[in-house]
Design a protein around this ligand. Structure first.
Ligand code: ADP
Length: 258
């Protein structure tokens, strides 16, 4: 059996995902960037032995990018399935990361797939695909301040079972750093302490908080032999702010920790 991607659970999320999959319900995962949403989905895909089609959504992403388009070759035009269509045709999880970024026309194709019809009409080819039992639609978004205006329309949100993710508590984040990088418990504990101190500065001095991802980066650099303080500066501090005074203030926290 292939190894599952490492995932440290926080509560009942694995069971909820399994039930949603078995009952053919689509799932929405909300939470800040770098808190484990993508890792969770890849863990679940491996656990359920399903192919995973991941799409990182951006503001130019159109329905055609998801569904497919006609392409031109030497021998004429041919139809090429997009990732959503492939997942519906072949079965598997289609994961739309940061779905609120996508253009509004994409919701038109998601709606009939995300309710009990579970169909994907493809206008360009005249086909209507019925999703097989092993198809699952999963979307995620970061409900942070920058998305307040964009949000998801209630008609879209209310088609999904929703889960909230947040940064892990100290114990769990220490386990994640150890599991992910193989660093020792003492280093993990200190880094998690820095993460906690930085997170307390949110809204006052920092717009973004230190994600678990950044703590993993710091631990990775240190584990590979890089200087501890310089690793924290590169992975944690400079990634969070451009303001030099704030950099100095954050480095004081780092220096007090090591
Ligand atoms: P998101 O999709 O929420 O932006 P990711 O899933 O990419 O974040 O997580 C970023 C990194 O943080 C992962 O690559 C992994 O190293 C680590 N991570 C966060 N949460 C967990 C967790 N619960 N178990 C294992 N690794 C985690």
């Amino acid at each position: 059996m292939t190894e599952l991607p490492f995932y440290e659970p926080s509560g009942n999320e694995i069971s909820l995902f399994e039930h949603a999959f078995q009952q053919r319900l689509p799932l929405l995962i909300k939470g800040p960037t770098g808190c484990g949403k993508t890792r969770f989905v890849s863990h679940m895909a491996a656990r359920l032995k399903l192919p995973l089609y991941t799409v990182a959504c951006h503001d130019d992403l159109t329905a055609a990018d998801l569904v497919g388009r006609h392409l031109i070759s030497d021998s004429g035009t041919y139809w090429s399935d997009g990732p959503l269509t492939r997942a519906v045709r072949e079965g598997g999880i289609c994961y739309l990361d940061e779905v609120v970024e996508a253009r509004k026309d994409t919701t038109v194709v998601l709606h009939p797939l995300a309710d009990d019809r579970r169909i994907l009409p493809i206008d360009r080819t005249g086909e209507t695909l019925e999703a097989p039992a092993n198809f699952m639609l999963v979307v995620s978004y970061n409900p942070g301040y920058q998305n307040l205006m964009k949000g998801l329309k209630p008609s879209t949100r209310q088609r999904f079972v929703s889960m909230r993710f947040d940064f892990p508590g100290a114990e769990r984040e220490i386990s994640i750093l150890i599991g992910e990088t193989g660093c020792d418990a003492d280093l993990a504990k200190r880094l998690v302490g820095i993460g906690k101190a930085f997170r307390a500065l949110k809204d006052r001095d920092l717009e973004e908080v230190a994600s678990t991802r950044l703590l993993v980066y710091a631990a990775t650099l240190i584990k590979s032999g890089f200087d501890v303080t310089a690793a924290c500066r590169a992975a944690l501090v400079e990634s969070l702010t451009d303001d030099e005074e704030t950099v100095e203030a954050l480095m004081e926290i780092v220096n007090a920790t090591f």
